[in-house]
Design a binder for this molecule. Structure first.
Ligand SMILES: NC(=O)C1=CN([C@@H]2O[C@H](COP(=O)(O)OP(=O)(O)OC[C@H]3O[C@@H](n4cnc5c(N)ncnc54)[C@H](O)[C@@H]3O)[C@@H](O)[C@H]2O)C=CC1
Ligand SMILES: O=C(O)CCC(=O)C(=O)O
Length: 488
């Protein structure tokens, strides 16, 4: 176990150099599995540091955008190779710093590497279209140009995948980047940036700055030289970021919450449905914006599904994510633990029936970590707070319905619309679900979580600013279209 005295120190990365915050202030990044364990000492930067990072990105953008796409792609391939060499170390850091289990952290790091390679290849793909002009002597076509400097504000729940799925397309399309990670996962972010440094990106193309959200995050959103802001996190902060960007005419992209439903139809394969509900709802301790939170079950199979679900949830081993037998790690920070516990309390007060969990685990060995039991509520009604607000924890709310129409209506009864899934063997059910479900991701006989890097990702309603990330869709945010008209 590290103490703050002998913990490694991580710096900002600005203009190709590692530097301490000019404020002289630092903070500790601690392990949620044991709050006395310090993973690293991180910088608490101020507005001057931020300005240096933005100016270095602005300076570097002039040369970076002039490189050919395939040449930019080469740097991304090198970053991917550097990350691959350090996969185990980065994954272990992620587990220590935010709590998800080591196999999940390894999977996420491998996903980060695959995303880098996908966007490295993007440097060789087409960027425009030829459009027939009404003038027979003219050539009309579209091309795309980068936005300029892109500010990346990232959360702690996917500390490798989210920064990379934002930075990789930004860079591939010719932007330069200032990354502001969540303080909870600043050490993991520093290790990613070490891989970018090793790849030899020109100075200023990639910058890392850590600090408070209200100072560095808000500062990025408000900075006049930041041309695009891409954010993932809470609804409240996302809206603030969007408003700050809008006020000065910058482009922005927000990926926020979810209240994702799974529908269990009367004709579902119940074992498959239980597996998908447990995995979708409780992996990563429910801290995914795509996590299953509302479980809408047709009355014919309600009791049978409930019993099978409880049998599986009872088997879950909660513990330190570094230990092989652990299935579910702690919440990522104390705030998150308190939020989850307060929602559980609210559920009880509102009259939902607690079937399993509901508090912190009893084991003495877990008392210094931010652990919570996997929790299942029965008799949840659609209007209850636990059926409406994002909990971001391992809490499943069972809702009983009679018909498929009622199931889809219940599934749509939320302010969010990120992901939704259905378990059914009926073509009629799945067609209605695909057509009528208001969500950016609709999944059939598969859990709500799980995003493929080559497909568009984003939500409807309050879940996003209506743009899409990942896959080819990323080009829409990270570039601007130019329509070119050439007359001979
Ligand atoms: N959609 C998602 O994937 C995520 C959703 N959340 C939701 O947000 C809730 C709270 O988690 P937090 O970590 O507090 O999320 P948050 O929205 O405060 O943090 C996300 C990022 O925004 C930054 N930030 C904070 N205040 C800012 C500001 N005023 N201006 C600009 N950037 C700012 C943070 O430093 C972090 O990098 C969770 O309980 C969950 O419901 C949290 C993380 C990820
Ligand atoms: O389900 C996934 O893999 C991605 C989830 C996600 O983007 C998030 O939680 O922010």
């Amino acid at each position: 176990m590290s103490t703050a005295v002998n913990a490694p120190v991580y710096l900002n990365y600005i203009n190709g150099e590692w530097s301490a915050a000019s404020s002289g202030q630092t903070a500790t990044s601690i392990s949620p599995a044991n709050k006395h364990e310090v993973v690293g000492i991180i910088q608490v930067s101020n507005a001057d540091d931020l300005d240096r990072a933005v100016q270095s990105a602005k300076q570097a953008q002039k040369g970076w955008r002039k490189l050919a796409g395939p040449s930019r792609g080469e740097f991304l391939y090198k970053a991917a190779n550097a990350m691959e060499r350090r996969l185990n170390e980065i994954a272990e850091t992620m587990t220590r710093e935010m709590g998800k289990t080591l196999p999940e952290a390894k999977g996420e790091t491998a996903r980060g590497i695959a995303i880098l390679r996908y966007y490295a290849g993007e440097g060789m793909r087409k960027v425009g279209d030829v459009i027939p002009s009404t003038d027979a002597d003219a050539l009309m076509f579209t091309t795309r140009v980068p936005l300029g400097v892109v500010g990346v504000i990232a959360p702690w729940n996917f500390p490798v995948a989210i920064p990379i799925w934002k930075m990789a397309p930004a860079l591939a399309y010719g932007n330069t980047v200032v990354l502001k990670p969540a303080q909870e996962t600043a050490v993991t972010a520093a290790k990613i940036i070490e891989c970018f440094a090793e790849a030899g990106f020109p100075a200023g193309v990639v910058n890392l700055i850590t600090g408070k959200g209200s100072v560095i995050g808000q500062g990025l959103a408000e900075h006049k030289d930041v041309n695009g802001i891409t954010f993932t996190g809470s609804n409240q902060v996302g809206k603030q970021v969007g408003q700050a960007a809008l006020a000065r005419g910058a482009k922005y992209q927000l990926e926020m919450g979810g209240k994702n439903p799974v529908i269990i139809a009367a004709d579902a394969d119940l074992d498959l449905a239980v597996e998908g509900t447990v995995s979708g709802g409780l992996r990563s301790t429910g801290q995914k914006c795509t996590a299953t939170s509302r479980v809408i079950v047709q009355s014919e199979v309600y009791e049978a599904f409930k019993q099978k679900l409880l049998a599986k949830v009872r088997e879950i081993k909660v513990g330190n994510g570094l230990e092989g037998e652990t299935w579910m790690g702690p919440c990522a920070n104390e705030n998150q633990l308190d939020t989850v516990l307060s929602y559980i309390q609210k559920g009880i007060e509102e009259g939902a029936e607690l079937l399993h969990g509901g508090g912190r685990p009893d084991e003495a060995a877990l008392s210094d970590g931010f652990y919570v039991q996997p929790t299942v509520f029965d008799k949840v009604s659609r209007s209850m707070v636990i059926a409406q607000e994002e909990i971001f924890g391992p809490v499943l709310a069972l809702i009983k319905v009679d018909t498929m129409e009622e199931a889809i209506e219940a599934a749509n009864d939320a302010d969010f619309g990120l992901s939704a899934s259905i378990y059914t063997s009926s073509i009629g059910n799945l067609m209605s679900f695909i057509q009528d479900m208001d969500a950016g991701l609709v999944r059939v006989n598969a859990e709500t979580a799980g995003v493929e890097l080559q497909a568009p990702f984003g939500g409807m309603k309050q879940s996003s600013s209506h743009s899409r990330e990942q896959g080819q869709a990323a080009i829409e945010f990270f570039t601007a279209i130019k329509t070119v008209f050439v007359k001979s």
